[in-house]
Write a protein that binds this ligand. Structure first.
Ligand code: ADP
Ligand code: ZN
Length: 523
């Protein structure tokens, strides 16, 4: 079948304005959906090509696409890039003066703009929505849409007001885009923006060329030096938690004759710019940085990324390792891990934040910890976190290459799943373990969980074993945590297959962290 005329126009616009011959997988479907006037949610990793998904519909539609973006600094770049490609675009935010804003407003109401970028503050300021009613709006694009979720790491209160758009413009399609894809964020985006039966497009978060490794945290500086000695030509980034660590690690590398530099928010913009430039130009082989480094960095030949300290959640980890191997060539991500890192991080993520946020941060940190302690394919865990399932183990992580000994854990998994099922998917991990172990505490008795059939079915195993197995099951995607429902566990399709005995589950024998991380000499 030939593409509908509007899609042919979209293809032509892609070629004419961007110089590309083909849409990437998904972009075409997304654009077709939007052009049919439907609400759309796009979950795509950074660099995946989200902009094209709303810019092309904007170009081929009548009227103006209103783009809401919180990143004032990037707005200017985006608009200039569009203009350079011959697309009429403008932005209004706090940096734009009144008379210029008036000119832009006139251009918008006159129908001369294909895209108008606005900050959420501006959008919700006095009279702006009123002004928008005089613009022929083709589409609203909400960029960085995860900012709407108070559970997320980037929450922006202004974003929660964006629900008004639907009230004022009931028939204008809305596309929400983000690189954060956990279930809760998805839910918040859909409900808070009042999207109408939105279709969700989840593009793969997989980066198969990155070899995922976790190394014991003991003596990490020597592991780092070792690795660099064996890869003397390869540019890499070392992420550290503190500014101080960045500086000391960088000094130690320099002392060994490695061309290294540091980068953190405590440096002047000039110093930072210099360090970044030197790394981009390959004058520095290694940059030792806090997570402040990397936003908007486009260096395609970064061969490795190391985490000297444990990241605070999987979103962050994923973003940072994603700076390796943009060119698609084999690359390596190494995470140094010790239990002490978890304790330190736990303190950091719970300090000076509201209780609810502290609880969420802790839960996210626990997922990070479980990734680090994983017994099964790490890429599966990573993708599972982003709501994706990988059919086979990846073959390109340390677990796949060097599998730990496992046993058939199907029966254990069935006990846990059955307990979750019989308690009507209302219990969180700790309570589940209490039920399995036949504890008689208040939470168990109040819920009447001592009456269910699986009560005490796992009393032969200590708490920590269950803790490990339940997290392995979580990592394997047998259930997930509904954060918004008191952290209750919900069984997935896959979990039901295990429960029905259609699928077996290998589990790694539980080992306390100290034992599990006996130093292994990397080859
Ligand atoms: P995101 O917003 O998802 O981070 P961008 O929209 O900035 O990603 O796109 C990332 C890069 O991919 C850009 O350089 C863009 O020009 C390029 N790109 C987007 N779509 C295509 C395509 N269909 N073919 C080739 N390159 C593309
Ligand atoms: Zn793997």
């Amino acid at each position: 079948a030939t593409a509908p005329p509007i899609m042919q126009a979209a293809r032509q616009a892609l070629k004419r304005y961007y110089g590309y011959d083909n849409f990437r997988p998904m972009q075409g479907d997304i654009i077709q959906h939007i052009l049919a006037g439907k609400d759309t949610v796009v979950l795509m990793p950074t660099g995946g090509g989200k902009s094209v998904c709303f810019q092309i519909p904007a170009v081929v539609s009548e009227g103006t696409c209103i783009v809401v973006s919180p990143l004032i600094a990037l707005m200017k770049d985006q608009v200039e890039a569009l203009k350079a490609n011959g697309i009429a675009a403008a932005y209004i935010n706090s940096s734009v003066g009144q008379s210029e804003a008036n000119d832009i407003a006139r251009a918008a109401t006159g129908g001369y703009l294909k895209l108008l970028y606005v900050s959420p503050e501006k959008l919700l300021s006095d009279g702006f929505l009123q002004f928008l009613t005089r613009v022929n709006i083709s589409l609203f694009a909400i960029d960085e849409a995860h900012c709407i979720s108070s559970w997320g790491h980037d929450f922006r209160p202004e974003y929660t007001q964006l629900g008004q758009l639907r009230t004022h413009f009931p028939s204008t399609p809305i596309i929400a885009l983000t690189a954060t894809a956990d279930r809760l964020t998805q839910r918040d985006i859909k409900t808070q923006l009042n999207l109408h039966e939105p279709q969700v497009f989840l593009s793969s978060f997989d980066r198969p060329n990155i070899n995922l490794l976790v190394r014991p945290g003991q003596d990490r500086i020597n592991s780092v030096l070792d690795y660099i000695a064996r890869h003397p030509q390869d540019p890499g980034i070392i992420y550290c938690l503190s500014r101080k660590t960045c500086e000391t690690v960088s000094q130690k590398l320099i002392a060994k004759g490695i061309k290294a530099g540091h980068y953190h928010a405590g440096m002047t913009p000039l110093q930072r710019g210099k360090a970044q430039e030197a790394f981009l130009q390959d004058d520095l082989q290694v940059i030792v940085a806090t997570i402040a480094f990397g936003m908007g960095i486009d260096k395609s030949n970064v061969r490795w990324v190391m985490h000297y300290n444990l990241p605070k959640n999987i979103e962050g980890y994923y973003q940072e390792i994603g700076r390796a191997g943009r060119d698609g060539a084999p690359s390596t991500a190494i995470l140094f891990y010790s239990f002490a890192d978890v304790m330190q991080m736990r303190e950091m993520v719970t300090k000076d934040v509201p209780a609810r946020q502290a609880q969420l941060n802790t839960a996210k940190l626990e997922r990070m910890q479980q990734f680090a302690e994983a017994a099964s394919c790490r890429r599966k865990i990573l993708l599972n976190y982003f709501s994706e399932t990988l059919p086979q183990d990846c073959g390109n992580c340390d677990i796949c290459r060097n599998p730990p000994t496992t046993f058939d854990g199907t029966l254990i998994a069935q006990k846990a799943l059955s307990a979750v099922f019989r308690s009507r998917e209302k219990v969180a991990i700790n309570l589940l373990i209490d039920i399995l172990r036949g504890m008689r505490n208040q939470a168990v008795l109040q819920g009447g969980y001592d009456q269910i059939k699986t009560y005490g079915a796992g009393s032969d195993l200590p708490y920590l074993d269950w803790y490990s197995y339940v997290h392995q099951m979580l990592n394997d995607g047998l259930f997930y945590i509904a954060y918004e429902e008191g952290y209750a566990l919900k069984i997935t399709e896959r979990g039901h297959e295990v429960l029905k005995g259609q699928l077996n589950l290998p589990l790694k024998k539980f080992q306390p962290a100290e034992k599990a991380e006996k130093p292994t000499r990397a080859g």
